[in-house]
Design a protein around this ligand. Sequence first.
Ligand SMILES: NC(=O)c1ccc[n+]([C@@H]2O[C@H](COP(=O)([O-])OP(=O)(O)OC[C@H]3O[C@@H](n4cnc5c(N)ncnc54)[C@H](O)[C@@H]3O)[C@@H](O)[C@H]2O)c1
Length: 491
Amino acid sequence: MSKTAAIIGGGVIGGGWAARFALNGWNVQVFDPDPQAERKIAEVMGNARRSMPGLTDVALPEEGTISFHASIVEAVAGASWIQESVPERLDIKHKTFAKVQAACAPDAVIGSSTSGFKPSELQQGAARPEQIMVAHPFNPVYLLPLVELVPGNDNTGLLVEKAMTMLSALGMYPLHLKKEIDAHVADRFLEAVWREALWLVKDGIASTEEIDNAIRYGFGIRWAQMGLFETYRVAGGEAGMKHFMAQFGPCLSWPWTKLMDVPEFTDELVDLIAGQSDAQSGMHSIRELERIRDNNLVTMMRGLKTQDWGAGALMNAHEKQMRAGTVLAARADEIEDPAAPVLTVHRAVPLDWVDYNGHMNEARYLHAFGDATDRFMEMIGCDAAYIASGGSYFTAETHIRHLDEAHAGDVIEVTTRVLAGAGKKMHLWHEMRIGERLVATGEHFLLHVSLATRKPSAPSPEIEAALARFAQAQATLPQPDGAGRAVGAPR
Ligand SMILES: NC(=O)c1ccc[n+]([C@@H]2O[C@H](COP(=O)([O-])OP(=O)(O)OC[C@H]3O[C@@H](n4cnc5c(N)ncnc54)[C@H](O)[C@@H]3O)[C@@H](O)[C@H]2O)c1
């Protein structure tokens, strides 16, 4: 299968798809008649490059190329995934599918970003209806994992399976809806919330800002981690969901919601909402707001990752797959030349590692070097199983030199040398680089300990031998510049 995607329509959503594919190593071929499309996608790519690579703790594959094409025929050539993100009008979508299907591979997936149309509507009049399915993403497509995948009646199971696999490999969560419905699942839900919000503003109950505060200071945070039903289950207390339903079920017949009533969309209502929104957020440009949003999303998702929950659990599972087959060796004995420094970290700088100076916070240098040490320990056999058996290394001393800046999205590599390794002692030297540029060094002295006594003890003979192999092979290398340096000594 080719790792080439065609993006038909490169606006807000098409641009986000382009970034999701390209940063996962796919080549992307774009068709959009707007002469501004290239500039707009470049701006989306700028945001994506800073936020997406550092979302996970494993470096993404090398970025694919993005090319712009004058026709759909050119854009779909060789593509195994074609994503339609043209404006939400059925006639434009039908014309687009006709041109796509006249030129694309018959076994390529054609996904539509449509927010509302059912697949059976999209497939009307198509040459191969089974090839077209809804693949509805959420903005920003390069960060949010959800895609609602809605195949129509004509979709073959095989193509749907292929689509699920491909989306998962992009770090996404395909939610496969077995039955089609207008606006799928998430947008029906959002529509209900939107309707209530319009009434609340129109009736002068709350401003746009007060409504946003009601969400972001309370239930919005809950939703992000447990959704609706699991949140309510907890709210029911020990008696659980049945109790919750008995308590709050009757509210449905009380005047708590406007139900299906929709406020009339008058100029007055539009002006009221736009005016309040300007007062609330007009001091920020849209690009600024996008960056603030991306910073917040990455920080929250990385928090969920440490809890292995919700979107964070998905990221951990994806990371496990990404780790297999990366440039990092699994065990020391896989390394043929022990005289060469060992690659121990290969990752991008996450947004939440960046401080008020716009570069990586000093604590994160230690974080990365700590990861390098952990990785090296694992490689020489001091892995989770060994630690569970009662032995480990404790760090006794650390010296870090900050030599150059690292920014969000930069791919950092740490290589590790063994300056000394015998008995209980392990003296490591880490060098952090971005490409060829040396940005920091870390010197660490560790002692092997018994986790039972918390006192120094001899490591297992296997670990001692694995460590000695590196120490002896590297003993003849010149001492690294800066090793053994005292704080503040002249450079
Ligand atoms: N904006 C969202 O939050 C969001 C979220 C999920 C899905 N969607 C869906 O994604 C689709 C695109 O929405 P958007 O928000 O990116 O709109 P947009 O207006 O930002 O982008 C549409 C792009 O399509 C291009 N275009 C117009 N006619 C075209 C044609 N014939 N062939 C190719 N390109 C053409 C336009 O130049 C524009 O760049 C819609 O179906 C929408 O429902 C939007």
